[in-house]
Design a protein around this ligand. Sequence first.
Ligand code: FES
Length: 160
Amino acid sequence: MSHCEGCNGCSVDEKVVLIAKKYISVDGGIIAALHEVQDEYGYIPESVQKYLSKELDVPMSDIYGIITFYSRFSLLPKGKYSIEVCMGTACYVKGAEDVLNTFKDELKIKEGEITKDGKFSLECIRCIGACGLAPAIVINEEVYGKMSPDKVREVLSKYN
Ligand code: FES
């Protein structure tokens, strides 16, 4: 663990220190740094955002803007299996809300949460470009289309 000078005890591990060093004098390096952090932790913890903000001299509001703009970045930890339910227009019209609610009921979590065993996390995302398969979901890198409440249970059983 390493502490950034002058901050009130936020701490990051050595990997983050190295990532910051790598991009400290690279123009626009913050995005590349955030990619590395996302790959390393599966999300971008607030303590890391603060550290990168200070080291790379990028305002926290800009970092937050980048993280929330790109769907690849996450502010929350993800489960071993990260379930993303597309809530884009085509999916919404074809029943994405029922799909989302079935995941919530089956996993006993809300969107943005992670199951107690850390196995599943649930999030809503924007269009993933698979509108022909609406309603669509993504679990880790795998896309599942034509979802329905029954198919939610079927898909979940693959991971249980
Ligand atoms: S709206 Fe869901 S894939 Fe396009």
